[in-house]
Design a protein around this ligand. Structure first.
Ligand SMILES: Cc1cc2nc3c(=O)[nH]c(=O)nc-3n(C[C@H](O)[C@H](O)[C@H](O)COP(=O)(O)O)c2cc1C
Length: 508
């Protein structure tokens, strides 16, 4: 084992966990110690949620372009709505055989299909369901109650605070560290965050489709929330919170003493017999405990973070209709990673729709949305799109328009950079999510890593859904030789590639 170098900053962690062609020490997967991908509480009974719910029929483009709601639905929240939200967010959508066992894929993408993310929901005033905190079981589409009663005092950080105006639903997205570390070791924190973003995007679209106002946040008191959820924080930690409808939870902790949940609940964070702790994962996570509220809002983050600036930008038709084949409800259940790209020209209309969907100019109501949005910069390698020059482009986050920064053919080179995943060179476009990690560190400290990576994950999931709706293939790529990627794109020394997503026509 290499001596451990401290990874208390975004830049140090990202650099320590970089892949390099010269130094890919082999890591064998210990199949005997494979993490369980389903968390359960065997001592608790489960409330099974109704599965017979009608899927929303809205087009994905309309949903993405709809203005966020501000008013709580007058009818209140019923069990069927909650069931539908959870179904659209996190459900099993495919089965395959792994040896003698069945393996189930989910409607959300996840690095290596390791599914580190768990979902909890605190409920207040939902018809036919007692107030309390529940863990959501994806395998049963059911809820196990962990705490009973009105928990708004615990969530607000003030014991005497009235429950009026508190959210009806507060969703907590956690990561069980070992699920991804089992395969990716210290690099796994990247995937914990990207995967969180993928699931958060499904959740926010589900809430939007039911016309619920919502707030998402990566800022909260880590210790307070992990204790509230009854987690063993060495093994599992909350990474994102989303409340609906009602105010966000901010990062309050106040003077509230949160009663500990039973030790037996904490033990459920363990998912394998011999869990190995990867020090860099815990170190970067803990270094991000502090929320720097005084940091700038981020809207003037240095962006684009690339050596060249774009020349003329291609104007994109805002709010135009997209060439969609499937509506949102269909796309969310059909979404899959597709790698069978064919060397076929992609229509420019598709690319324009994808850029429009990533930057629709509709800000979320969430307190920190502008900050998260500006923490990353998006571009793409265009290889095979009708009427467009091959090269590397950057997208202007304000308008969604894009401009070329480097002309040439880069798909083959990038496929080689992505650990020689040769099929990627057949994709029409590689979307690139970039960030200036030094600037992020300076502005928000190590917590900024959570904002940038999770937001990149959100954008990645949105690409998957848009591609599915338009009958294109799509696959997220977290595995690349980091320095080679920076050289291929032409990034400046402070900027890194966080995530890449290939999109294009696939074999029908
Ligand atoms: C953060 C992230 C990184 C990924 N990296 C890769 C990758 O490097 N190579 C690859 O073939 N697939 C990659 N995938 C796709 C996953 O393998 C895929 O989502 C998972 O196997 C589940 O399959 P599904 O997307 O069809 O449901 C990645 C997905 C995510 C979310």
């Amino acid at each position: 084992m290499k001596p451990h170098k401290p990874t208390t900053t975004c830049t140090a962690y990202h650099s320590l966990t970089s892949y390099s062609r010269q130094d890919m020490s082999g890591h064998y997967l210990d199949w005997e110690n494979q993490p369980n991908v389903y968390k359960s509480y065997p001592d608790l009974s489960q409330i099974l949620l109704p599965r017979e719910v009608s899927l929303p029929e809205a087009k994905l483009s309309s949903l993405i372009h709809a203005l966020p709601r501000t008013a709580t639905p007058a009818a209140g929240i019923c069990l069927e709505d909650l069931s539908l939200i959870l179904l659209l967010t996190y459900s099993i959508t495919a089965r395959t055989h792994h040896g003698l066992h069945d393996f189930f894929y989910r409607n959300v993408a996840s690095a290596g299909a390791l599914y580190p993310t768990e979902l909890y929901v605190a409920i207040r005033n939902v018809k036919s369901l007692d107030d309390g905190l529940y863990h959501f079981s994806i395998s049963d589409h059911g809820l196990s109650m962990l705490r009973k009663g009105n928990l708004s005092g615990m969530l607000s950080g003030s014991p005497g605070e009235s429950s009026e105006g508190f959210p009806s639903l507060a969703f907590f997205l956690t990561a069980i560290f070992f699920r991804s570390s089992w395969k990716y070791r210290d690099r796994a924190y990247r995937y914990h965050l990207l995967d969180t973003g993928h699931l958060l995007e499904n959740l926010t679209l589900a809430l939007k489709s039911l016309k619920y106002p919502y707030h998402c946040s990566f800022d909260f008191d880590d210790t307070h929330v992990n204790r509230f959820l009854g987690l063993d924080s060495e093994m599992e930690a909350c990474l994102a919170v989303c409340t609906a409808p009602g105010p966000d939870l901010a990062e309050k902790s106040g003077n509230v003493v949160i009663p500990d949940l039973p030790e037996s609940f904490k033990k459920r964070s363990r998912v394998a017999e011999n869990e190995v702790r990867y020090p860099a994962v815990l170190e970067i996570h803990r270094s991000g405990e502090k929320v720097l509220t005084s940091g700038n809002s981020g809207t003037n983050m240095p962006c684009p973070q690339i050596k060249n600036t774009p020349g003329n930008r291609t104007e994109i038709a805002k709010k135009g209709t997209w060439p969609e084949r499937y509506n949102y409800g269909e796309a969310i259940l059909k979404r899959r990673s597709k790698r069978n790209f064919v060397k076929k020209e992609m229509d420019a209309d598709h690319l324009i729709a994808l850029a429009d969907g990533l930057y629709p100019g509709i800000p979320e109501k969430s307190r920190d949305f502008a900050r998260d949005h500006s923490s990353i910069c998006t571009g793409f390698i265009c290889g095979n799109v009708s009427g467009m020059d091959a090269g590397i482009y950057l997208i202007d986050p304000q308008s969604g328009n894009f401009g070329i920064v480097k002309e040439g053919l880069f798909l083959d080179e990038m496929a080689a950079v992505c650990l020689n995943q040769a099929w990627l060179s057949n994709a029409a476009v590689h979307f690139l999510f970039l960030a200036n990690l030094s600037a992020i560190e300076e502005t928000w400290g190590a917590r900024g890593y959570r904002y940038a990576m999770a937001h990149a994950g959100r954008m990645g999931e949105r690409l998957y859904l848009m591609a599915t709706a338009m009958e294109l293939g799509c696959c997220g790529i977290g595995a690349f030789y980091d320095q080679e990627a920076a050289e291929c794109i032409g990034l400046d020394a402070e900027t890194s590639l966080l995530y890449l997503v290939g999109v294009g026509p696939v074999k029908s």
